[in-house]
Each structure stands twice: as C-alpha cells, then as structure tokens.
Design a protein around this ligand. Structure first.
Ligand SMILES: Cc1ncc(COP(=O)(O)O)c(C=O)c1O
Length: 457
C-alpha cells in the first residue's frame, strides 16, 4: 500500500479543520472541498446561542417547513429587478394593500417593503421631514431647524435618524413609575418646526403602548388652535401584528386622524425570518414625491423609495405565504396562544414569590416583563447569568432608559416556539436559579461581565 502524507490522510478521512485553525485573517490562498467548508461553518456556529432558547429576541426563530421551502427556493431572486421579477413586485404590493386594510386606511394608499423596521423608520421619518419642508416653503418660512418629538421608550433607530439626517431630537424622559408617554409629555415640545411625533406600539423595554389616542387628540387640538398640522408616525415594529388581533378595538392606527404612517417588522410578530419590514402611509399624498426615484433600469422605468437596492425576494414571498396561510383568524390564534402562555409564565413567576410583574394588567406584547422584589442579596443581572449558566436560557436583564435608569428589568418573549411545557420548565428553572443565588449570593464580578445587558431585538 502506498504511504499517504498526513494531508492526504486528512483529505481521505476527515475535515482539515479537525487539526487546523479556521481561516480568519488573510484572504485564503486556496479553497477547500464543499463538504469541509460546510463543516467548518457548522462547527463555528455550534457554540453560538440556541435561537430556540433566546427569550430576548422579538425576531422569528421558526417557520413552517412549507414556508422554509419558499424561502430557500427563492434566495436567488433579486427583489429590486422588477422588470425581470414582476410577480415578486406584485406580491409586495398585495402585502401592502393587506396591511393598509389591517390598519384601517381610509382609501388607496402606498408603502414599501424594507429590510426591517429600522429602514422603514428612516424612510417614514424622511418623508415627515420632506413634507414639513414643503409646508414651510409654501408659507415662505425657514427650514433650518426641524425637530422630532418622541419618548425615551423608543428604539435607538429614532435617535440614529435624527443624527444621520440632521433633525433635533426632542426626547421625553421616562420616570421610575412611567415607561410610556402621553399627551401631557408631548405638548411642551411641539412647535412650528416639529416635523412629527413618533409613538411606539409595543415598546422594546416592557411591551406597552404610548397613549396614541391621547396624543392624536392633542395634535388635533393644536391643529385647531394654532393651525399646525403635526403628523403622527406609529412605530409598530412589534405591536403592528399583535394589537389588530389581541386588541382589535383599541384605536392606534389610521382610524386616528393624525396617524399618517406606520412601520411594522414582518420578521417580528409578522412571523417571518429576519430581513423584512414594512412602511405603510395613510394615503399616497403622505409620501413626499421628491423622495421617489424614477429610473430606467434593465429596460423598465421603475419607481424606488428605498435606502438599499439589491435584496432577496424570499422574505417578501414568505410574508405573503403567512398572510394567505393564516389570515386574520390564524394570526389571531397564534397571538392568543402566545398571550396565554405569557400569562401562564407570569402567573408562575408571581407564585414564585421573588418577582413582581411590570404592567401585566395593561395591553402588552406577548411577553413577561418583571423585576425582583426588594430586599434580595442578588439582582436581576445575577438571575439572568445563573439561568444561562444552569440551563442555557437567554433571558435578558437591563436597565430602563433615562430618567428611569435605576430600574432593572427582566423580560421573556413568549413566542410560538415556547410551548406550555417549556413555560413550566422555564418557570421551574428560574426558581432553581433563585434558590442557587440564595445559597451562594450574587454572581461573581467576572460572571456579571458576561451577562446580556441590552433588551434584545
Ligand atoms: C419598537 C421598535 N422599533 C424599531 C425596532 C427596529 O426594528 P428592526 O430590527 O426590524 O430594524 C425595534 C426592534 O426591536 C423595536 O422594538
């Protein structure tokens, strides 16, 4: 038998990366067999967090096999090539019309798919800025000092918008007993340079909604008394697929006159994998025409309103799949199932005696926000650490935004993948983590450094 070199033996019997470092710097000089490359990536990911135990994320971690098939069979389809893929473009329009219907738009409207709520918010807020400029210029007034009003309970993307696009952020600070905003908070900040007010339906921090009807009434009063038409944009990143099904009689959408635009993440409670968001305007006139680009690309004149260009069509198709697969009834069933399980978890955490719930009696996303009762020798960050060390759950602890930064919160998203028996298991694991902490005291300083400290998205 011929003698084989170690490299030949490895080639014959196993992956090169059993004994070599993974390429991580210089561009690899040569390649490797497809199987080796696949194993390399798989092995690298083996130590990553398990999405099924990720109770921090709002983002979808499971779709039906039929939906997965649609996703994987259409990854090669570039959504922006409308000339080549007109059916994908039409399916986007169908989704927008369905969302406009869900949000009670009064008539014909417009909107677009985006990469997520962040892109949708950038585009929606840009439209607010442009429309404000148009109004000011028509009145012969200055356009140097635009401002945008929102609460400290918003996602970071709103401050990002203000910095990137030169708008003064007017942020209503939270309080230790108040984690959403209402008309009394907004009123002092609104003036003739206000391009809009942004409100949240389902905050990242506790899952509650700002007082949107109250703020709408305020803006109507300002319109009547001062002649200022200040639009409302609803950041319904999470709530846009929850409220219509769990709280259909709550008015937060286009039923309210000042609500001019809404964003929602398809990849959160829209139940699609990451990479899809939506922006819907109340009516066509709410989209600033100057922001739409008409170009002749690949043989067809196309209108685009987007910050990106090329992107996959898969998630648009998967969103449409969910809309037709579930309909209002099916989404309703899924949301109710999540809510029931969230309530079951909340009940068990209360029984446990160590925790108090945050706003469980109010309209809320299907999640449990809670904190430790006073007088413990350990804190929420310790519980988060202990739980991940003992059982691998990713259940975040974080502090609230200013001026409520002294308040520490834990939050468990209860998604489709958390069955009732897992809820029971989780509650028992939380109780065990507390028992361990009672015995040994808080986590070591080195352990604490590894605790997840943001609310997760
Ligand atoms: C209220 C809110 N707005 C905006 C975003 C950003 O959404 P996306 O991750 O879809 O860009 C999030 C994400 O968690 C959110 O909770």
């Amino acid at each position: 038998m011929p003698e084989l070199t170690p490299a030949e033996v490895a080639k014959l019997y196993g992956s090169r990366f059993l004994t070599e470092d993974a390429p991580d710097g210089a561009f690899p000089a040569s390649g490797m067999p497809a199987l080796d490359a696949m194993r390399l990536v798989d092995e690298e990911l083996a130590l990553e967090g398990d999405p099924w135990r990720n109770l921090a994320t709002f983002v979808t971690t499971w779709m039906e096999p039929e939906a997965q098939r649609i996703v994987s069979e259409n990854l090669h389809r570039n959504f922006i090539d409308h000339a080549e893929y007109p059916i994908s473009a039409e399916i986007e329009q169908r989704c927008i019309r369905m969302l406009a219907d869900l949000y009670n738009a009064p008539g014909e409207t417009t909107g677009c798919r985006t990469q997520g709520s962040s892109e949708a918010i950038m585009l929606g807020a840009l439209s607010l800025k442009w429309k404000w400029k148009e109004r000011r210029e028509a009145e012969g007034k200055g356009t140097e000092k635009p401002n945008l009003v929102f609460g400290g309970d918003v996602h970071v993307v709103w401050e990002k918008f203000c910095r990137y696009f030169d708008v003064e952020p007017r942020i209503v600070r939270l309080r230790e007993d108040k984690y959403v905003i209402g008309p009394e908070d907004v009123e002092p900040h609104v003036d003739e340079n206000t391009i809009g007010v942004a409100v949240v339906l389902g905050t990242t921090f506790t899952g509650h909604a700002d007082d949107i009807p109250g703020i709408n009434d305020l803006l109507l009063r300002i319109k009547e008394e001062k002649g200022l038409d200040v639009p409302l944009h609803v950041d319904a990143a999470s709530g846009g697929f929850v409220w219509p099904f769990l709280y259909p009689h709550s008015e937060w959408d286009f039923r309210l006159e000042q609500v001019r635009s809404i964003n929602v993440s398809g990849h959160k409670f829209g139940l699609v994998y990451p990479g899809i968001g939506w922006l819907v305007f109340r009516e066509k006139a709410d989209l600033a025409e100057d922001l739409v680009f008409y170009e002749n690309y690949l043989g067809k004149t196309d209108a685009t309103f987007t910050l990106n260009f090329s992107t996959g069509a898969s998630m648009v198709l998967a969103q449409y799949y969910n809309f037709v697969r579930l309909g209002r009834e099916g989404y309703g069933w899924v949301m109710q199932a999540m809510e029931e399980n969230a309530k079951a978890l909340a009940g068990k955490l209360e029984e446990n005696g160590n925790f108090e719930l945050i706003g469980a009696d109010k309209e809320q996303l299907p999640l449990v926000a809670f904190k430790l009762r006073e007088g413990k020798d350990y804190d929420e960050f310790d519980v988060s650490w202990q739980l991940s060390a003992e059982r691998g759950w990713m259940l975040p602890a974080y502090t609230m935004p200013p001026d409520a930064e002294e308040v520490k919160v834990m939050r468990a998203l209860v998604k489709e993948t958390l069955s009732r028996s897992q809820v029971d298991r989780l509650a028992a694991d939380v109780a065990e983590a507390c028992a361990s902490l009672e015995k040994k005291g808080g986590a070591h300083a080195a352990e604490r450094k590894r605790v997840k400290r943001s609310p997760g998205y």
